[in-house]
Ligand binder design. Structure first.
Ligand SMILES: *Cc1c(COP(=O)(O)O)cnc(C)c1O
Length: 393
């Protein structure tokens, strides 16, 4: 039985990606634009580090693509999350609501502030935070005192909520914004996976107080390592720009730093790569949607899995294509992973739930994390590099 299921899934993926003599990774970076030219320019001119025109160019490109007023380029997505929480006033002793089903960086960033992640469940349609469950949970477990949300069980202040757009699929952001308003929470969008994803016609990252992007090697565009903070709030943008550059007051020779700063500025060398990648982004998005629709067709009416489709009123970048095992076939997962990986097709389960990881095992969480637990067992990511969308299946 297990064999039959695994072989079926392998065949369906193969019908889309073709025969693979070489190992096919989950998501490969693609360089077919001006990457060489721009990076060489940095080396030739000597502008490789924390100052240079590519950083500014890259930020302006991110702003015009996403429609968010301000982009601040930083060293990676984790740093973007950390510094966002810092400027929104997350302090030692605070709690921050994050999905149980996310990449560990979301939780780590909270810890860097001396705060505690507080884990909440996901919903089926987006895999992101379930707004209905969150509202009910906050209604019974918190009280508003002096305009702050206090966890009645721990006595601690809940300062912010960090929804994540899972595998590029936009979360139910409008509902979450309402909740943030009602419960006096700051909202940070973890948009590390959703560059090129739109919700209700607006690019993700336009909704929260701030949003964070990642340009790690496996993301939809890459700068080697890199990230950005997006915000429509000019005051916050100024603060972010200052604090990520060691909080140095501009001066011809003096070193005056007016608060504890961070060395989080993205180097020019990385930004050069980013500028070229931004020029390719529209093409990547087209190819990735074409790949996703091939998978969708190939998995239509599949007995064992559902292909995960973008939520209603959103346009996803389909960063990582995802199949979700039906309840009765959960036990087949490892066999599917084995057969596909043994046959040169990389597939991967999703993350372990963060509250199940040792460093986060004592953190507060919803009693009911049932959907997140199901996703932990049921999700399989399948090859998603843009060039795969090019082949005729
Ligand atoms: C990639 C990722 C990050 C972190 O980005 P880095 O650039 O690798 O630090 C954060 N959150 C999520 C959901 C991610 O997928």
């Amino acid at each position: 039985m297990s064999n039959e299921v695994a072989r079926n899934i392998h065949e369906v993926i193969k019908s889309v990606v073709g025969n693979t003599s070489k190992f096919l990774p989950l998501h490969e970076p693609t360089f077919h634009s001006k990457e060489n030219e721009y990076v060489k320019d940095c080396i030739d001119t000597g502008w490789v580090s924390s100052v240079g025109s590519y950083v500014d160019d890259f930020e302006r490109k991110l702003e015009s693509f996403t429609g968010v007023k301000h982009a601040i380029a930083v060293t990676n997505g984790t740093a973007a999350l950390h510094i966002s929480l810092v400027v929104l006033g997350v302090k030692e002793g605070d709690e921050v609501l994050i999905p149980a089903f996310t990449f560990v960086a979301t939780a780590n960033a909270v810890k860097y502030c001396g705060a505690t992640p507080h884990f909440v469940d996901s919903e089926k349609d987006s895999m992101g935070i379930d707004p209905l469950k969150l509202r009910n949970y906050l209604s019974s477990n918190t009280e508003i005192k002096n305009n702050e949300c206090i966890n009645k069980n721990t006595g601690k202040r809940i300062r912010a909520v960090v929804p994540m757009h899972t595998f590029g699929h936009p979360v139910n952001i409008n509902e979450l914004l309402e909740i943030a308003k009602d419960f006096k929470l700051k909202l940070v969008e973890d948009a590390a996976e959703s560059l090129g994803s739109f919700s209700g016609g607006k690019h993700t990252g336009n909704y929260g107080d701030v949003a964070c992007l990642s340009f790690n090697g496996n993301k939809i565009i890459t700068t080697g390592g890199g990230g950005a903070v997006l915000t429509n709030n000019s005051e916050l943008a100024k603060k972010l720009s200052h604090i990520t550059k060691t909080s140095k007051i501009a001066h011809k020779w003096d070193f005056v730093h007016d608060e504890v700063g961070y060395n989080y500025r993205l180097p020019n060398l990385n930004a050069a790569l980013g500028c070229a990648q931004m020029e390719s982004l529209p093409n990547f998005l087209e190819l990735k949607r074409s790949l996703a629709s091939k998978y969708e067709k190939a998995f239509q009416n599949n007995k064992y899995v559902d292909f995960f489709k973008e939520p209603k009123n959103t346009k996803s970048n389909y960063w990582l294509n995802t199949i979700v095992l039906k309840d009765e076939y959960l036990s087949m997962r490892d066999h599917i992973l084995e057969i596909t990986n043994d046959n040169n097709i990389m597939t991967r389960p999703s993350w372990k739930l963060i509250p199940n990881l040792e460093p986060y095992s004592d953190c507060p969480k919803m009693d009911d994390l049932s959907l997140a637990s199901y996703l932990e067992k049921a999700v399989i990511n399948i090859p998603s590099s843009p060039y795969l969308g090019d082949k005729d299946a």
